[in-house]
Write a protein that binds this ligand. Structure first.
Ligand SMILES: [Zn+2]
Ligand SMILES: [Zn+2]
Length: 360
């Protein structure tokens, strides 16, 4: 059996090792992808520090944000738009829902299908081995929808679209239209927050106000179109932050608050929202007991998980069509080789980069 190199978590909190992992035989309809770029995500770091669920067992090939070129296809395949997929095409691909449970068929909410398949948490010593993106190759099950990446989108940005950016697109999908008089507050200045800043501006918000840290991330936030940013490390008083938002919103609070930090930010976020506003809760990390003094009246609280296949397409289209409006490449702070995986994970863990990419 052929093998390829992959960055494997063998023990939590210990350095990852580069191992030879088997390349599986392809089942009908499945693909083998040669990875060109894998961006790292906060989730990869959390999972490296410890298991994220009862199904996490080691060894795991880290990474779930891949972009790559088609190396081999078992039979004929079409992409999400019905076009033939060929060897050499540069692509990203969706997660898989079971298609036959209550959530998939009746509720039409495939993101919460209990039988969902996703990447970066599967055992690398069990078939089909290659389900993590920090590897030379990945196996793509036949159920995945394929999205072609246009030439004007870099592999690194396309890889980030395979998780961070498509999650943001899903959030805006559920949020609905943003009106031209509305103010949006974004809590968080990581990859999700910075991409959400661009999308909120693009969707016509009157102003986009971002609360985040550290300063290097907020510099990128400004380039992504934020009208004003507030550094959490400098303004440590919650009341002062609330006043800052009030000053921009006629004393009412924001029409929309988007939380892309973690659940600990929810109580403060609710105090930044006007009565009747919409709260979009994306950042799901942090097991906070969420104590809230007052819930805004008539508000909408929206939570989302992951994305549906069309959100992968929406994110890729946004990167391609808005590339002159927003400097997306600024969000990819540093690139690393596969051998440098531990440096890249450390950089993500210390927030010294917005997003790290492993180039293969
Ligand atoms: Zn991710
Ligand atoms: Zn299902």
């Amino acid at each position: 059996m052929d093998t390829c190199r992959a960055a494997v978590i063998t023990e939590h909190n210990k350095p990852l090792t580069i191992q030879q992992v088997p390349i599986p035989e392809l089942d009908p309809g499945s693909l083998l992808i040669k990875i060109t770029a894998s961006t790292l995500c906060g989730t990869d770091v959390h999972r490296w520090h410890g298991p994220l669920g009862s199904s996490d067992s080691l060894p795991i090939i880290t990474g779930h944000e891949p972009c790559g070129t088609v190396e081999e296809i078992a039979g004929a395949r079409t992409d999400i738009l019905g076009q033939p997929v060929k060897c050499g095409d540069r692509v990203v691909w969706s997660y898989v829902a079971c298609g036959s449970c209550y959530y998939c068929t009746v509720a039409c909410q495939p993101c919460i299908c209990p039988g969902r398949a996703s990447w970066g948490h599967n055992r690398s010593d069990q078939h089909p081995y290659l389900l993590g993106s920090c590897a030379e190759y990945m196996y793509v099950p036949k159920e995945c929808l394929i999205i072609k990446v246009p030439a004007e989108v870099s592999s690194a940005s396309a890889a980030a679209a395979a998780c961070a950016y498509r999650t943001v697109m899903h959030g805006f999908d559920r949020l609905g239209a943003i009106k031209s008089h509305e103010s949006v507050v974004i809590q968080g200045s990581g990859p999700l927050g910075n991409f959400a800043t661009a999308v909120a501006k693009d969707h016509g918000a009157k102003n986009v106000l971002v609360i985040g840290a550290p300063a290097n991330r907020l510099e990128v936030t400004k380039k992504m179109g934020a009208d004003a940013v507030l550094n959490l490390e400098e303004v440590t008083d919650e009341k002062a932050r609330r006043q800052w938002v009030k000053d921009y919103t006629g004393g009412r609070g924001a029409d929309v608050v988007i939380q892309v930090a973690n659940n600990m930010a929810v109580p403060e976020g609710l105090t930044l929202l006007r009565d009747g506003g919409r709260f979009l809760n994306i950042g799901a990390g942090g097991k906070a007991t969420i104590a809230v003094e007052r819930v805004p009246q008539q508000m909408l609280f929206i939570t989302i998980r992951s994305g549906e296949p069309r959100h992968w397409l929406q994110a890729i289209e946004f990167l391609a069509s808005r590339r002159k409006d927003f400097p997306f490449e600024e969000m990819i702070s540093r690139s690393y080789k596969l051998d440098e995986i531990n440096d890249a994970m450390q950089a993500m863990a210390s927030y010294s980069v917005v997003k790290a990419v492993i180039n293969l």
